[in-house]
Design a protein around this ligand. Structure first.
Ligand SMILES: *Cc1c(COP(=O)(O)O)cnc(C)c1O
Length: 362
C-alpha cells in the first residue's frame, strides 16, 4: 500500500528540547501532547481533502457544530514504539483502520480509507518522533478521531467531518505497572444494549459509562465491569478493556463478540497467542454468579483485562453490592503474566513476529 503524502506545516514554536526531555521523564498518561497533529477534512461535495500535518493547537468551533449536540464522534487508540534497533513500529494498525471504518458505518459517518488512516499516523509519528519516551513500558499513544463538524442543528448525519490524530507520550497506564486491580460490578448501569453502539468505538459509549466508573471509585474500586443489558447476568467488559478468565485446567474463556462488546485488537491478539501455545480458548458467555462460584471453588485461577492503553491488567478482587470475592492469590497470575510478556515482546520487536503484526516504518 503506498502512503499518501501529507502536506507538512512544521510547528514554528515547538517545545524546546530540554523542556521536552524534562517532560518525557515522567509522561503519565494522556496529559502531555506533542508539537503536531494530523488533520483531514471531509465534505459531501469534496470527499476527503486537505490532508496535512500541522501545529497542534485549539480548534475554533461554532457553538452549533453538530458533534456538540448529537455526539456523532468516533475514535481509535494505538501506540508507536521505539524498537531496540532504533526503528519505529505500530502494532496491527490495519486492524485499527478497519475498526475505524466499522465505527464510522455504525455512526452514519464517511469511511476513511485505510491508506489515509495509516498514512496520517505515520506522518504524525515521523514529525514527532522525538516525543517517543525512552522508558520501560513507554510509547507514543496515538488518538485518531473524527467528528461531525457541520454547523447545523438538524438531526441527520452531518455533511462535513473533521478527522484528526493527536499524539501523547505515555509511561505505564496504571501506576505501579501490572498491579492487580479491584473492579466494581455495576448492577444498575449498563454500557451497551443489543442493537446499540457497543461494538463501535464512539465517545458516547464512554460518556454513558462515566457515572458507573464514578460509582466504582466511590466503592473503593479501580474500574467498573458491565453486565449485559438484557439479563444483567453475563459479564461483558470493563469501560475500556476486554476480559479473560483462566481456569485450573489451563483453559481460557472470553465473552463472545455479540455486538455489545468492543472487538479489541489486544483481545484478538491474546486469543491467537494463547491458541498457538496450545491453550484452549473458548469465546463463551460467562455469568456473574458462575464467576463468583468458580473463584470461590478455585476452578477459576486468574482473570485479566486487556486493551491497548494498559495492555494486560490482572483483576485481583471483584466487588458488588452483595460483597466481594478474590481471584486466585489476588495478585497477578502466571498465565496472565506470560501472555502479557509474550505480547509486549512482539510489540517491541524483541520476539519473532510470525503474524506480521509489527508495522515498521521510519
Ligand atoms: C478500545 C476498547 C477496548 C480495547 O480495544 P483494543 O483494540 O485492544 O485497544 C475494549 N473495550 C472498549 C470499550 C474499548 O473502547
Amino acid at each position: 500500500m503506498s502512503s499518501p503524502t501529507f502536506y507538512v506545516e512544521a510547528n514554528p514554536a515547538p517545545v524546546a528540547a530540554n523542556e521536552r526531555t524534562r517532560l518525557l521523564a515522567d509522561p503519565g498518561f494522556g496529559k502531555l501532547f506533542t508539537d503536531h497533529m494530523a488533520m483531514i477534512r471531509w465534505s459531501d461535495a469534496k470527499g476527503w481533502h486537505d490532508a496535512k500535518i500541522t501545529a497542534r493547537g485549539p480548534l475554533m468551533l461554532d457553538p452549533a457544530t453538530a458533534v456538540l449536540h448529537y455526539a456523532q464522534e468516533i475514535f481509535e487508540g494505538l501506540k508507536a514504539y521505539r524498537l531496540a534497533d532504533g526503528g519505529i513500529a505500530l502494532f496491527r494498525p490495519e486492524e485499527n483502520a478497519r475498526r475505524f471504518r466499522e465505527s464510522a458505518q455504525r455512526m452514519a459517518m464517511p469511511e476513511l480509507p485505510d491508506d489515509l488512516f495509516i498514512g496520517s499516523i505515520e506522518a504524525l509519528v515521523k514529525a514527532d518522533a522525538n516525543w517517543i519516551p525512552d522508558l520501560e513500558g513507554g510509547s507514543l499513544y496515538l488518538r485518531p478521531f473524527m467528528f461531525a463538524s457541520e454547523v447545523f442543528l438538524g438531526v441527520k448525519p452531518a455533511s462535513e467531518y473533521l478527522y484528526l490524530v493527536i499524539a501523547s507520550p505515555a509511561g505505564a497506564y496504571f501506576k505501579g505497572g501490572a498491579k492487580a486491580v479491584t473492579i466494581w460490578v455495576s448492577d444498575h448501569y449498563t454500557r451497551a444494549a443489543p442493537g446499540g453502539t457497543g461494538a463501535a468505538k464512539c465517545g458516547g459509549n464512554y460518556a454513558a459509562s462515566l457515572v458507573a466508573q464514578a460509582e466504582a471509585i466511590r466503592e473503593g474500586c479501580d474500574q467498573v465491569v458491565f453486565l449485559d443489558a438484557a439479563e444483567r447476568r453475563w459479564v461483558e467488559e470493563l469501560g475500556g478493556m476486554n476480559l479473560f478468565f483462566v481456569f485450573d485446567d489451563g483453559s481460557i474463556v472470553t465473552p463472545p463478540l455479540t455486538g455489545t462488546i468492543l472487538p479489541g485488537i489486544t483481545r484478538e491478539s491474546i486469543i491467537s497467542l494463547a491458541r498457538e501455545q496450545g491453550i484452549t480458548v473458548r469465546e463463551q458467555a460467562y455469568a456473574i454468579d458462575q464467576w463468583e462460584a468458580d473463584a470461590k471453588s478455585g476452578r477459576l485461577v486468574e482473570t485479566f483485562a486487556c486493551g491497548t492503553a494498559a495492555v494486560v491488567t490482572p483483576v485481583g478482587t471483584v466487588k458488588s453490592r452483595d460483597g466481594a470475592f478474590t481471584i486466585g492469590s489476588g495478585g497477578p497470575g502466571q498465565i496472565t503474566e506470560a501472555l502479557k510478556a509474550r505480547l509486549t515482546a512482539i510489540q517491541r520487536g524483541e520476539a519473532p513476529d510470525p503474524h506480521g503484526w509489527v508495522h515498521r516504518f521510519g
